[in-house]
Design a protein around this ligand. Structure first.
Ligand SMILES: Nc1ncnc2c1ncn2[C@@H]1O[C@H](COP(=O)(O)OP(=O)(O)OP(=O)(O)O)[C@@H](O)[C@H]1O
Ligand SMILES: [Mg+2]
Length: 309
């Protein structure tokens, strides 16, 4: 695999002196989906805007498909599609024309079949002759995506594509991202919805205070940082954890009808076998057991709060 996007020690200091990116380095492989998670003001939009040439970097280098975003801007920019966080569309323009025009901006020849295909994929074909102002908020978001795809970019940035959209559109968006991935498009999206990263990303990056705290394969991340809980349900309620089981650091579950054991999934020995034995030995009757793994959300909240002063 080759890196289609390479970011080296990228820094951004805004005019007022605020340091929004503090040396971000990241390589993104062709065809992968990277989700960038981070709280408000973390620097996600700044990072995307800098790569897309909307703001200038203060230091560092970025290449897209081998083209430097400063010295070879046109070539780099032609490979990129951007769906901005803020909806910025011409209200009186027609949907189809908006998308056609975007393609023209990149100097690509008119291709009505391609524009039709994009509009159909985004369920906008029925609205092709509507003015932007006649569309709902979710439809406008779709138009933004259609516009970003009009010049057939190889790298697509989606800055909070599903902020404020309903569940159905969010699922549609995920399907669209999935299809684009199948076409070989590399996708970088920012999101506040952790379930979104969990659902569609190959890798997850966490950014806070202008620093990339980590970038890791999603499954590996969840496996590495995850803790698991085993809940042992009992036939009769307990008032307290029995003294015989004190070594396990157990918590008492709801109504005292279960014991909860937390263990590290990385550990060679989880202690489960011994625990279950000891539970039986102590005369308790098990009715059921179940396990629960910590989610990406728990991991994210833990990381971001650690990073706070
Ligand atoms: N043009 C600007 N001038 C000065 N500071 C700015 C400018 N744009 C952004 N910032 C600051 O840079 C920091 C990062 O902003 P950015 O928009 O990149 O955050 P974000 O991670 O996209 O947040 P959100 O989740 O709210 O979209 C913030 O503290 C913001 O106030
Ligand atoms: Mg933002």
């Amino acid at each position: 695999m080759t890196a289609i996007l390479s970011i080296q020690d990228l820094r951004k200091v805004y005019a007022g002196g605020f340091e929004a990116l503090k040396g971000v380095s990241l390589d993104i492989e062709e065809g992968e989906i990277l989700a960038l998670l981070g709280p408000n003001g973390a620097g996600k939009t700044t990072l995307i805007s800098t790569i897309c040439g909307i703001t200038t970097p203060s230091a560092g280098t970025v290449t897209v498909g081998g083209h430097d975003i400063l010295t070879d801007f046109r070539a780099a920019r032609s490979l990129i599609g951007l769906v901005p966080q803020e909806v910025a569309l011409e209200p009186f323009e027609k949907v189809r024309n908006t998308v056609r025009f975007s393609r023209g901006l990149f100097g690509k020849p008119t291709d009505d079949a391609l524009v039709e295909n994009i509009l159909r994929r985004l369920s906008l074909w029925d609205k092709k002759d509507s003015s932007i102002k006649e569309l709902s908020g979710g439809m406008k978001r779709r138009v933004l995506i259609a516009k970003a795809l009009a010049h057939e970019p190889r790298v697509l940035f989606l800055d909070e594509p599903t902020a404020g959209v309903d569940v159905e559109l969010r699922k549609d968006m995920w399907d669209i991202v999935d299809e684009l991935k199948k076409d070989g498009v590399t996708i970088i999206l920012t999101t506040h919805y952790i379930e979104e990263a969990e659902a569609i990303a190959d890798r997850v990056g966490v950014i806070n205070n202008g620093e990339l705290l980590l970038v890791e394969d999603k499954d590996a991340l969840m496996g590495r940082m995850g803790q698991k809980q085993l809940e042992v349900h009992l036939s009769a309620a307990l008032d307290a954890v029995p003294a015989a089981l004190a070594d396990y650091n157990l918590d008492l579950g709801k109504d005292g009808r279960s014991l909860i054991y937390t263990y590290d999934i990385r550990a060679e020995r989880t202690g489960i076998t011994r625990l279950l034995n000891d539970v039986a030995q102590s005369g308790l009757v098990l009715t059921d057991v179940n396990t629960q793994q910590s989610s990406l959300e728990d991991i994210f909240v833990g990381l971001v709060s650690e990073g706070k002063p």
